[in-house]
Design a protein around this ligand. Sequence first.
Ligand code: 26W
Length: 836
Amino acid sequence: MMSRKETKALTPLPNLTDLPPLGMDVHSLVEDFRRYYTYTLGRDRHCRSAHYAYSALVLGVRDRLMERWKATRYAYEAADARQAYYLSLEFLMGRTLGNALLNLGLSGDAPLALQCLGLELEEIAEAEHDAGLGNGGLGRLAACFLDSCATLKLPVTGYGIRYEYGMFRQTIVDGHQVEEPDHWLREGNPWEIERPEYIQRIRFGGRTEFYRDRDGVLRGRWVDSRDVLAVPFDIPIPGYDNGTVNTLRLWKSEATEEFDLGEFNAGLYPESVAAKNAAENITMVLYPNDASESGKELRLRQQYFLASASLQDVLARWIGTNGEDFSRFAEKNVFQLNDTHPSCCVPELMRLLMDEHRFGWDQAWKITTATLAYTNHTLLPEALEKWPVRLFRTLLPRLLEIIYEINARYLAEVARRWPGDTERQRRMSLIEEGPEPMVRMAYLAIVGSFSVNGVAALHSRLLTEGLFRDFYELWPEKFNNKTNGVTPRRWLAGCNPALAGLISEKIGEGWVADLFQLARLAPLADDPEFRERWAEVKRQNKEHLARMVKDECRIDFHPDALFDVQVKRIHEYKRQLLNILHVIHLYDRIKRGESDGWVDRCVLIGGKAAPGYLMAKSIIKLINNVAQVINEDPEVGGKLKVVFFPDYRVTAMEVIAPGTDLSEQISTAGKEASGTGNMKFMMNGAVTIGTLDGANIEIREEVGDENFFLFGLSAEQVQERRRSYDPETIIAADDDLRRVMQLLECGHFNQFEPGIFDAIIAAIRNPGDMWMTAADFRSYLEAQREAAAAYKDRERWTRMSILNTAASGKFSTDRTMIDYNRDIWRLEQISPFPVK
Ligand code: 26W
């Protein structure tokens, strides 16, 4: 450890940080707000900016987190607790204020305190920028996990990267996606605290040198490296109503002092400044690729930077209390790898143990494979990370050597198990041979981990049957399933106060930390009075969503209409295209006067496309063009409204999920690992229209077939049909689909932009269409008709809505974390010393 500025060490003062607990009442909050606003921030009544009111409030809330944070840390230390570390390149946190207030038990008093000052919480909360340090499902899952671990009093620390720029801001110009940089830290981040006392040094480049240590043992060491500093910033993660505050530690890259001293004076001033910038660039920006690897060197630098900084941090803390005795290290520490992104941990932990802590291979391997666990989040082949051996050799030469050694030893085990099966050895090798040999990161993660899990039952099964079959045959005991969840604090109690209030009135507040209690709502679905109130809350939430749509898109959503929503990253496998084909079909019906039994619909689609994913961008353009034609057609009127909602993000979902009737989860079966948006909608009383994919299967199991609109081929049928898939015949045989294709092909939605949708049209008609859009069209239409019919019967629909919320208990990340803890982490729950 080192510090950037040499400061004179203080003699520790035992009483320095012993303070009486802060008040949790309205009066104390008001006093603190005034003090921070006036003295710390230096503002007065002339200041009109919500930012300063927000900051004053946060400083007061943060103080209350701070004391619990310290108590939690002390309790973990005192218990000598086994700890888990969740390593993730992404943490999609969204806003923090509302969640902090809820978990501290201040969501009643904080608004009152502000009222005393003539302020409104809702308005002030808008000043907070989303922390968008993630792409989608995988990043948001990490954030939900942290909330649940703190709520369950599990000693779990998140480790990630403090990107200067998070997920790009999306605007729509002439129907096209335009990306803008997300400089979320511009106005400062009051939730983070910098900890220069825990800086780590990270190496890049250079070469390995072998030498004999003082005991004559041959050792490797990494020399001539270009180093970078990793500076930690800590963010408090409060548990719900339990005094626990865990930590999310995010690393920022900085240049070493050598840059400032040596090189600047050596006559290479511009070169030195450039090198310094290169060091600081590592954590500059989040890669906006969801499900396809970018292959960029900087991305590998980010991955190694996170892995090395986090491992060194844990090892330094270990040595701080245990010295060089690592005999109980594996007993006390476990690292969960969020996908393969941090899988440099495998060779890096080996390197640290061998090169820095003088372990032999076997002992180091034993510790490594007893402390690492890997979660897979996707079956898509294009998302599987592979890095060129060449790149590894120049950037991380010592790691490459270790990877080769791991490979040699493990392939020997494969050879012992399947003698003579060289084809299998080639298949299973950590190195993919070819003109450009590649390191297979998923295989590296599997070989180095004691646990490998998928994120929904179907996904985990498909992993063992397909992608990782060879490994499952070798080590069946490593493989397990952990079905995803979402945190009910943010995704029900926080985002839907009206529904939460109604639920608590009927069954008490216990559900917030024990979501299975929602099952007690099920009998109330038969109570007409309760249904009436449920429907009233849904209506209010739809009005709220309609206001947001009006503000953002200038389109009127009428709350009587069926609110039909698909929000998620734009990807062909998620089939936003199938959704829009259905929309075109509805439009076609209206235009043909086939609208008896019509149910008015408002369709909302939102999500970001990876900037280099041209097909996804075309789909956005198509949605916008179709929306414009439909919304401007007076003949359509209120029967059908369509919007593409721009800049879909965590904070938008907090309004969208409560206001949704119908949740679109329509991926090609076998492609969506789990989905988690599906769970947020279900919790908020939306009914799902979906395929037998990911966690949809488990959602349907929980809620019952009659409360779920199922359609489409199963994963097995998709595989089967691929061989003889013939979309032309399907289109020719289906009048509705044929007319939809005609509208598309005659340029009805691109009259002044000829040809722009040709690639989309060709994809639908292509027998090799991986996503089989045409195959599921008919069945999707029928499910949509059923949904509309069910919605027409308001009592029936409200029943279904209630039963969806009632059946959502399984999809709390509290349950997910209990499962991880039981099967993988085996941590003890530890209560902090009470603050009061
Ligand atoms: C290397 C580029 C890259 C970036 C992100 C490849 C792959 C990813 C992720 C695996 C994408 C992702 O977010 N996957 C989603 O993870 C969720 C949480 O488990 C699941 O619910 C989604 O089904 C899955 O698509």
